[in-house]
Design a protein around this ligand. Structure first.
Ligand code: ADP
Length: 674
């Protein structure tokens, strides 16, 4: 049974209802969302964001100002050794600070004693002889004691030349060595002390100051931390005027010696401090070497205002420099971690919230920590014009501690929901407008239908009445042929009227949902035959020829259908073929496709055909193609719509295939019955 309420209009009524509901619900939703919007919280979020941004800018500016102030301070750069990596370059590009030889003392060595005195040659020979004896001593079986002959001979020779200023220093050194070999530490120490007091300011052939040699000797003899610490302190204080490389080696050795000695608390802390100084001095030497090749460039680029450039040797360091009034270039090297520390102290000064902290990030290098799960980025500003490649980022630990994260999340959700509601509202409105247009169209079709139907009913009725009256009045007289012609017309018009009324009744039944089908096993061929016979009777042999074709395998094509309904459907198709299908023959065909279990009844004409766009519309209720209306072909626009409803209600399908100019084929397919 088919239950189809208010065909077409039922569809659009439901459609309109859904559209109106969508409009109402989404409008309600939007109103609700508006009522729970977060105006205050949003304000707080925005204010906090602005505040964070301002703080970050203040910190950046603070760091910048502090650095520039430091650079412009009146203390000469040479005296700022303790502040970090400062440099000073002359106007010509010569690096003045840091010094390449920070350990070397600037005091000149004295020439005294370098001019040979009388008898120098013979003393020189004694010195060589003494050295020879010394190197032979303590060899093989000879015991190394003060009494050993070679040692004693060497000592006597050294003593003979010890008082002269030209050979005295080497003689004292020799004596000290001999005493040490004989394990006379005290004597050795007194020789070293004498050497250092008598030959201060003098250097040996290798350019090493005797003071340094004496001090090293003392520390070796004493094996005490005090003397070694003294040597190291003197080296780092640039007390010795020796080449830097040699001093550096001596200092390293002293540091190593101290490591192996047991140090007291005070000594240990001095040792550590001296080691730090040593490291800084080494850093300064390295910086001096790095700057050496850039000096000219820096001198040329410097201006009165501070400028910056990324250190060519390390992308995480920046050189900040300016030209002084005297034409010198003062500068400093700042690493990112130093900047970070300065930024942190600025932040402390500003009284930043405890959960916030600043980080300096290099925009050019991938910076770590961006994906920290429990921290969130609050603001990011450039660190200032001196560091265009560095950003100051404000992070917050425990992102949602102040609820800002929640509010921001709620705001995002709020926006998304409101956005979707607005989209639904717009769609609903569009659908409502479209629904209304469809309603109007349906109303128009219906009113057209009423007038068409009245006309369709009136035409056959008029001729029936006319010919019946003529027969009654005996117009035909005795002319039997004329009489039967009149009767034929009356029958034909009645049949036409019958089909029309049957269609109308079906339509009203379907609309009320009360259409019922009496499905029985039917022979498709018989149905086609019956339709063909009725169709022929309509037309009294006039019009196009009708050919009933069956496939050779269609001998017994059975299907389940309501016989009368199906005959009426085929009749509708045949009537359309006659009305719209031109003058060519009409083919009525019955086919069976056992493979898919389908029986097909098709009607083919050789008329003008139906365009693809039209093919979609012709099965709608009341639809009539404009050409059909224009050429005044009778019709209600219900025929095909009814065929479709009837066939589909019985589990079948109707299809049209058409090529413009070559005719159309309408096919009804129903399941095969055994
Ligand atoms: P009616 O024939 O009453 O107008 P139908 O529902 O039977 O209504 O047909 C709808 C429309 O389909 C017709 O107005 C006509 O334009 C088109 N049509 C139907 N059959 C054919 C055909 N065989 N050839 C060309 N057009 C056709």
């Amino acid at each position: 049974m088919l239950s189809y309420s208010a065909m077409g209009s039922g569809h659009s009524a439901r459609f309109s209802l859904v559209a109106i509901l969508a409009v109402l619900l989404s409008a309600g939703g939007i109103a609700y969302m508006a009522s729970i919007s977060y105006p205050d919280e949003l304000g707080i979020v925005d204010a906090q964001r602005r505040q964070h941004q301002e703080k970050a800018e203040q910190i950046g500016q603070g760091v910048q100002e502090a650095v520039v102030a430091e650079l412009q301070a009146t203390i000469p750069v040479d005296e700022r050794r303790d502040f970090g990596a400062y440099f000073k370059v002359s106007g010509r590009g010569e690096v003045l600070v840091p010094s390449l030889e920070p350990l070397r003392s600037r005091e000149e060595s004295t020439l005294e004693g370098l001019l040979p005195l009388r008898g120098f040659r013979s003393r020189q020979r004694s010195l060589e002889r003494a050295r020879g004896l010394e190197s032979q001593a303590c060899r093989g079986a000879e015991q190394c004691t003060a009494g050993s002959p070679r040692l004693r001979a060497a000592a006597t020779l050294y003593e003979s030349i010890e008082e002269y200023s030209d050979t005295g220093a080497e003689a004292l050194l020799g004596l000290a060595r001999v005493h040490r070999m004989a394990a006379q530490s005290d004597l050795a120490a007194s020789r070293y002390r004498e050497l250092s007091s008598r030959f201060r300011g003098r250097v040996n052939d290798a350019d090493l100051p005797y003071v340094l040699l004496a001090d090293i000797g003392l520390s070796e003899v004493g094996q005490t931390a005090t003397t070694t610490l003294m040597v190291l302190r003197n080296i780092l204080n640039a007390e010795y005027n020796a080449p830097n490389a040699l001093l550096e080696i001596a200092a390293e050795q002293a540091l190593e010696t101290l490591e192996s000695l047991g140090l007291s608390g005070n000594e240990a802390s001095e040792h550590a401090a001296l080691r730090r100084r040593m490291q800084r001095i080494q850093g300064q030497t390295a910086l001096a070497m790095q700057l050496a090749s850039r000096g000219v460039e820096l001198a040329a680029g410097a201006t009165v205002a501070a400028k910056s450039v990324v250190a060519p040797w390390n992308p995480t360091e920046t050189l900040i420099f300016r030209r002084t009034d005297e034409g010198l270039v003062y500068g400093m090297v700042l690493s990112e971690s130093e900047l970070q520390a300065r930024a942190a102290s600025e932040a402390r000064g500003l009284g930043l919230h405890a959960s916030l902290f600043v980080r300096v990030e290099n925009l050019q290098l991938a910076s770590e920590g961006k994906g920290d799960a429990d921290r969130s980025r609050r603001a990011q500003v450039s660190l200032g014009p001196l560091w265009p490649h560095l950003a100051l980022v404000l992070w917050q630990e425990g992102a949602s501690r102040d609820g800002m994260g929640d509010i921001a999340e709620a705001r995002r959700r709020h926006r998304a929901i409101t956005g979707s509601l607005v989209a639904v509202l717009v769609l609903g409105l569009l659908a409502t407008v479209r629904g209304a247009a469809r309603e109007r169209e349906l109303a128009r079709l219906k009113s057209d239908f009423v007038s068409t139907v009245s006309h369709e009913l009136k035409t056959p009725l008029t001729s029936i009445r006319m010919f019946a009256e003529m027969l009654q009045q005996g117009v035909a007289g005795d002319d039997k042929e004329r009489e039967s012609h009149y009767q034929g017309i009356i029958v034909k018009e009645s049949e036409r009227l019958g089909l029309l009324i049957a269609n109308l009744l079906d339509y009203s039944q379907i609309e009320r949902g009360s259409r019922q089908y009496k499905e029985e096993r039917q022979d498709a061929l018989e149905i086609a035959n019956e339709a063909a016979v009725t169709f022929a009777r309509f037309r009294e042999g006039e019009g196009q020829a009708l050919q009933l074709l069956t496939e050779h395998n269609a001998g017994d094509c059975f299907m389940r259908a309501d016989r009368n309904v199906l005959v009426q459907c085929v009749l509708n198709l045949l009537s359309n073929a006659a009305k719209y299908g031109g003058d060519g023959a009409i083919e009525l065909r019955v086919q069976r496709n056992s493979e898919v279990g389908v029986v097909a009844v098709s009607v083919r004409d050789h008329g003008p055909g139906i365009s693809t766009a039209e093919q979609e519309k012709i099965f709608r209720e009341f639809y009539r193609a404009p050409t059909a209306v224009k050429s005044a072909i009778e019709g209600t626009g219900l025929g095909l719509a009814l065929v479709k409803r009837h066939v589909e209600a019985q589990g079948g399908t109707v299809q049209v295939e058409s090529v413009l100019g070559q005719g159309s084929t309408f096919t009804i397919r129903l399941p095969e019955a055994q």
